[in-house]
Design a protein. Structure first.
Length: 200
């Protein structure tokens, strides 16, 4: 079952977020994002969501470049019109007009593209409903450096460690689901149980 989530309004618990900006360039991006909702655990395609951020960044850079092109076009028009209108200035004037009109059109299109991207929405697939969960066991608990400073050297010299583990979900039908890289797995499990009133 697929469901669209509004990440700003719905009471979701993100189970395995990316811990540092350096992990955006690692294989962890390809691990799906798991969230706990009121009816079960959902898998969200993290790379698709990052692609939406990429569209907004590209649109923003395009708007900046087209704004600079607009300024060049206005300057070209001003410079061409300062010599007066004659047969010889008609070509530079029309080129300046095309640059101005084209850059305005491009800016409008890029603004519409950026507004059309739904950054705070994500589509999730139901992995296991709470009614089918028999037990959740935390396994593979480890400490990871999650320092997120501007300098990679400072992160190595003065690390900040966080407990990361995997949730091993045992279903009532005997099946198993593993959710990797859950941060603070024991406390998050207790929080999810209390938040969604679960007894297993």
């Amino acid at each position: 079952m697929m469901r669209v989530f509004d990440l700003t309004k719905e009471g979701l618990v993100v189970l395995n977020p990316v811990q540092t900006r350096y992990q955006l360039f690692s294989q962890r991006v390809f691990i799906p994002l798991y969230v706990a909702a009121n009816d079960g655990i959902y898998r969200i395609n993290r790379s698709k969501r990052l692609l939406n951020f990429g569209k907004v960044v590209i649109a923003s850079v395009g708007i900046i470049l087209l704004s600079l092109l607009f300024i060049v076009g206005v300057y070209s028009l001003y410079f061409s019109l300062s010599f007066g209108v004659s047969i010889f200035t008609l070509i530079p004037i029309s080129i300046g007009l095309l640059i101005v009109v084209g850059s305005i059109y491009g800016i409008i299109r890029l603004v519409r593209l950026a507004k059309g991207v739904k950054i705070n929405y994500a589509e999730g697939e139901l992995i296991v409903p709470w009614s089918q969960v028999k037990n959740i066991v935390v396994v593979n608990v480890r400490q990871e450096n999650v320092a997120n400073r501007p300098s990679l050297v400072a992160d190595i010299v003065n690390p900040i460690f966080k407990e990361i583990g995997d949730w091993h979900i045992i279903r009532t039908d005997g099946g198993e689901v593993i959710i990797p890289n859950v941060d603070d797995p024991f406390n998050k499990l207790n929080y999810v149980k209390v938040k969604f009133n679960l007894n297993f």
